[in-house]
Each structure stands twice: as C-alpha cells, then as structure tokens.
Write a protein that binds this ligand. Structure first.
Ligand code: MTE
Length: 307
C-alpha cells in the first residue's frame, strides 16, 4: 500500500517536507527514541482457547514492522515515532443508534471486561502475515454496553486525529485523515472480533495501536483500526479509509481470500514476518483460517466481488 501512496497519492512536495521535518528534528536533538516495550506494563489476563497452528511471531518483529500511517509509511516509522502519542487519559465516544451514547473513559471500559489472551493469525493485504498473542476483550462486550437500537446495522470506527502527536498526518496531508473503518453489526458482534489493549502479555505498544485497537482476524489487516476514539452505530455502510483511496483495490468487506487476487499482486500466499528475509512463503487460507467460524456471515454473497 505504501508504494501506491507515494506514487499516486503523496505529492512530491509532501515527501520533501517530511524529510525536512525529520532532518530538522534530528538537528534539534529530537531524534525520536526507539519506542520499544522495555518499560511496558505487564497485564493480568486469562488464557483462552483461541490458538492457531504455527509459531508465534517474535515480539521484536511484530513491534517494529508496522503499518500506522499517522507515524509514516515506512515499516519501521511507527516504532521510531509513535512514542509521542499520549494514551492517558483516553476515552471512546460511542454515539449514533445506541440507547447509551456517551464518552466512555478507558478505565471504565476496562473495569467491566475480563481481559483474555487470544493467539490469532494476522494477514495484511500486502501479503505478509504474523501470529500474534493479543490481550483484550470481545468488541461485543463494549457494543452491548452501548446498547444498539433495532435500526443499527453497521459500526463505524475512527482513529485519533491529533497532528501534534501524529507527525505522519503532516507528512501526508492529502491522506483522508482521520483513519476510519467499519464493520457490519453482525461482524462486530462476532465472538472472534476483538479489541486489543495488549500483546505479548504487556500493554499495547503505541506503534501497534495503543491504547486500544480492533483485531478482526479473518479480514485483511487494514480493517484492524488502531487507537480508536470514536464508535458510531449507523444504518448505512460507513466509509473506510483504503476504500476511499482506491475503491478498485480495497473493498468494505476485505475478507482474506486466496482466490481473489489484489489487482497488482497475488493473494494466494503470504510471507511470515520475523522468519528472516529468505523465509519461505506459506499458502494463504480462506478467511485467514477462520472459515468455519465466519463463512456463515456471508452466505449468499458473491465473494469474488466483495474483496
Ligand atoms: N490504523 C490506523 N489508524 N492507521 C493505519 O495506518 N494501518 C492498518 C491497520 N490499522 C493502520 C491502522 C494496516 S494496513 C495494518 S496491516 C495493521 O493496522 C497493522 O497492524 P500492526 O502494525 O499492529 O501489525
């Protein structure tokens, strides 16, 4: 995706601007510190039955090879720059077709949920993949709290839009900020749909979407929106960032499907991250391996169309 963005969306001037800003920051002694998780807080959580075949991706790989365009488009940008994000205090505004709208403080959300660990496959539309031990809770727990009305059919999500703490917003001003995503309500209520507040037993590092991000394991990774501040229940299919940028390449559903190629590359196989440069590709599984759990959500739909 980053290639598309530079060649087709990012004007050259913005790119230069970004380099200048980075050079300036280094000159001022503001070179960003590596946002590692050396001081990350350990979480207490229950283990769960959600496991997959295959080795867990090394933590160093999952926390240094990221997509988080609010911190730049290179894979190592988020780990370098996301430490400036202030994640406390944090609240999520839930509105639209709900009986209990409001600003939910993160600590109140967390009071009412049991954190659990889930080991999920994660497949990016760019054809790389990871196996990540997330810590969090089912999205359905939060949505039930807001109590959708009978008219709600979709859930829209929005990422924080705070340019002061998100330098990538300034580096790429034409990108349609804030990052937005959406799910059908039944997808959002599905037991696999997860809100992660941690990974590898610790609080989520900023580059992975702290303090809370979505994880929808049967869909391409761009559906898993980071650092969520807004959730809106609606009766209309909500716009999604990558669909706005290239609607011929990124659909609303974006279920992992090895039988439907991206217009510019095959989706038949994937490169596991953390296995080294020469690690062999592995076949991509339909619905990323979650077919028996979720195929029923799409009964009767033309899956060659809903990429
Ligand atoms: N959320 C926001 N706000 N901004 C982003 O750029 N990138 C998406 C998704 N969520 C993105 C985002 C994409 S393309 C992917 S593949 C995953 O985050 C990457 O998650 P990871 O860095 O934790 O592996």
């Amino acid at each position: 995706m980053s290639k598309l963005l530079y060649s087709q969306v990012t004007p050259k001037a913005d790119f230069l601007n970004r380099r200048q800003i980075m050079a300036g920051a280094a000159g001022l002694g503001l070179a960003p510190m590596f946002a590692g998780s050396a001081n990350a807080k350990a979480l207490s959580f229950k283990k769960s039955g959600y496991k997959v075949d295959g080795d867990i991706t090394p933590k160093d790989a999952a926390t240094t090879y990221n997509n988080y365009y609010e911190y730049g488009t290179a894979k190592d940008d988020p780990a370098k720059y996301a430490s400036v994000l202030k994640t406390d205090p944090w609240s999520v505004e839930i509105s639209g077709m709900v009986n209990n709208p409001g600003k939910y403080a993160l600590e109140d959300i967390l009071k009412d949920v049991d954190l659990e660990e889930r080991i999920y496959r994660f497949r990016c539309v760019e054809a790389w993949s990871m196996i990540v031990p997330w810590v969090g809770f089912q999205l359905s727990d939060l949505i039930k709290k807001a109590d959708p009305t009978g008219s709600a059919k979709y859930v829209a999500f929005e990422t924080l839009n705070r340019p002061d703490e998100m330098p990538g917003i300034g580096w790429n001003p034409r990108f349609p900020w804030p990052y937005v995503e959406g799910l059908r309500l039944d997808e959002a209520m599905h037991p696999l749909t997860f809100v992660a507040t941690g990974m590898y037993g610790e609080e989520l590092p900023n580059q992975n979407g702290a303090p809370l991000r979505l994880v929808v394991p049967w869909k391409y990774g761009f559906k898993s929106i980071k650092s969520i501040v807004k959730i809106t229940l609606t009766d209309k299919e909500p716009p999604t960032t990558w669909n706005k940028i290239a609607d011929n390449e990124y659909g609303f559903y974006s279920n992992v499907n090895p039988d439907v190629d991206h217009p510019r590359w095959s989706q038949g196989s994937e490169r596991p991250i953390g296995g080294g440069l020469f690690a062999s590709r592995i076949p991509t599984l339909k619905y990323n391996g979650y077919e028996k759990d979720v195929a029923g959500l799409y009964a009767g739909m033309d899956l060659t169309k809903y990429f």
